[in-house]
Design a protein around this ligand. Structure first.
Ligand code: NAP
Length: 495
């Protein structure tokens, strides 16, 4: 008689699944660590640049920092006792990702300078092509390609005529010396506001070209003392408590309320911003020019401890007349006034509907993602697109964005994707993607809910699609957590 333990298992798990992670930023590094921890060792990360770090590698403008507190903008499993400030500067965040990737054994398995240009589902697998002409294959693709990484250049007449240095905030030219120079910055988004505070005292003359004023909520950014850092190192539970408290505060005090434009909490945030403007800006004329005509948090809320002080410095000027054109020596505004400049910074944001593109993605039956997304990007629960089996996006279309830790978002998404992967591994099916019906229902409900969010309350912003409808997750963050806790299997098409 055969010993039953010697019989082959009816359904031995697949150990041959090959994973390709595209992008070595925050969410790509996270995916690699989580696959490894789940015992899935056949993975590689492809990164188009020569270094990891994603947005923190690309954005190096003066003053760059994360406006989400650092103990919250950290992986839950890799808290960092050494954050220098409540809101850490960008270089420190980049160093943190470098350190975590190294410590968790990810860095040696990142293939750098490898840009995926095409990803096609053929014969049950993903066939990848790279800009250098090489190819690879995968059973599962995790697109960790980031959200805001294609700079949007403004369509301003004469921009090429400018004879000084001109660059985008996300492509900062550190070879250009700024000391004593006349520096102009176009834009008043989060990037421009941080640049203003950092630059005004370093340059000769600072000119901020404002098309739309912003509401600014005051924050304090104290440094952590050496004693505090030692305490964090000795008692990680203190960092865990801070992280949990900040996460709860951001959830209840912000993420959960943005989706209800009538929320009293939003009214309180508006009152705080108004009081900040009243108390901080002394000149009543400047104060009115800085006063937005829309509600606070309609655009992404800006947090700054010192922007209003910076823009009131004697060498700073706010220009709110529209830009007519750029000329050889500077910017001419409507009404004819010329603003002579040595350096012009375009803090004009990003093309926000690219997501995995310009990579060409071809789904089942040869259908290009570009065709599916003809009327704008979408993804079921921001992760899966019907017809793209075993292709999962992190921080894809309709994800919760906006003054929240994208690390927490990505951690929830990766845990969800691993549940889908587990059933691929168990041979329950070979292919999984959102069903067209689930996608349609999700999108209809999303569109309906989007109408009552604060983002739809009457302003223009990168949160809106071409039809003016907010694209971000329109429900509470608590609902996102629940949705991410377990897949609703009926919403997936499997083969
Ligand atoms: P943004 O929020 O999209 O702001 C772009 C700015 O450029 C706006 O003020 C816009 O004016 C202006 N602009 C665009 N085209 C223009 C034109 N042709 N003429 C004049 N002005 C023009 O971009 P961002 O500041 O780079 O921020 C993007 C996002 O990155 C943020 O919302 C945030 O999610 C993220 N970010 C985060 C942090 C952080 O601390 N966590 C820091 C920086 C960025 P209008 O308002 O009139 O359109």
């Amino acid at each position: 008689m055969t010993d039953p333990s010697e019989l082959p298992a009816a359904n031995p798990p697949r150990d041959d699944l090959r994973f390709v992670i595209i992008g070595a930023g925050m969410s790509g590094i996270l995916s690699a660590i989580k696959l490894q921890q789940a015992g899935l060792d056949n993975w590689i990360v492809y990164e188009k640049a020569d270094r990891l770090g994603g947005t923190w590698r690309e954005n190096t403008y003066p003053g760059i920092a994360c406006d989400v507190p650092s103990h919250f903008y950290s992986y839950s499993f890799a808290l960092n006792p050494n954050w220098s400030h409540r809101f850490a500067p960008g270089a420190e965040i980049e160093a943190y990702f470098e350190d975590v990737a190294r410590r968790y054994g990810v860095t040696p398995r990142i293939a750098f300078n490898r840009e995926v240009t095409r990803c096609a589902f053929e014969g049950g697998r993903w066939k990848l092509a790279f800009s250098d002409g090489t190819t690879d294959e995968a059973d599962v693709v995790i697109a960790a390609t980031g959200v805001l990484h294609h700079p949007a250049y403004p369509d301003i007449e004469g921009l090429d005529d400018f004879e000084g240095a001109c660059f985008h905030s996300a492509r900062w030219d550190h070879d250009v010396s700024l000391a004593g120079k006349r520096v102009g910055v176009v834009g008043t988004g989060s990037s421009a506001i941080q640049i203003t505070s950092a630059l005004v005292d370093r340059v000769g003359e600072f000119v901020l070209f404002q098309r739309t004023p912003q509401w600014i909520t005051p924050v304090e950014n104290p440094a952590y003392s050496e004693g505090q850092k030692a305490e964090f190192a000795a008692h990680p539970e203190v960092m865990e408590r801070i992280r949990a408290e900040v996460s709860r505060a951001f959830t209840d005090g912000f993420a959960n309320v943005l989706v209800d434009a009538e929320s009293p909490v939003l009214q309180a945030i508006h009152a705080t911003c108004e009081a900040n403007l009243e108390q901080s800006v002394r000149d009543p004329v400047l104060r009115e020019r800085l006063r937005p005509t829309y509600r606070a948090a309609c655009k992404r809320l800006i947090m700054s401890e010192d922007f209003y002080e910076a823009i009131q410095r004697p060498n700073a000027r706010l220009v709110s007349e529209g830009i007519e054109r750029v000329e050889k020596s500077g910017v001419r505004t409507r009404g004819g006034r010329m603003h002579e400049l040595d350096v012009l910074v375009l803090a004009t944001g990003f093309r926000v509907d690219s997501f995995v593109r310009p990579m060409q993605v071809i789904g089942r039956d040869g259908v290009p993602l570009d065709d599916l997304w003809r009327d704008g990007p979408f993804a079921y629960l921001a992760i899966s697109v019907p017809g793209l089996p075993n292709f999962f996006m992190l921080n894809g279309p309709n994800a919760p964005v906006g003054n929240f830790s994208l690390i927490e978002v990505a951690e929830l998404q990766v845990a969800y994707i691993l549940q889908l992967v587990e059933r691929l591994r168990s041979r329950d099916f070979r292919e999984v993607s959102a069903s067209p019906e689930a996608m349609e229902r999700f999108d209809a409900e999303r569109r309906e809910a989007a109408r009552s969010t604060i983002w739809a309350s009457g302003c223009s912003s990168w949160y809106l699609d071409e039809a003016g409808l907010p694209t971000a997750w329109p429900w509470t963050f608590d609902r996102f957590r629940v949705e991410m806790s377990a897949p609703r299997w009926g919403d997936f098409e499997t083969r």
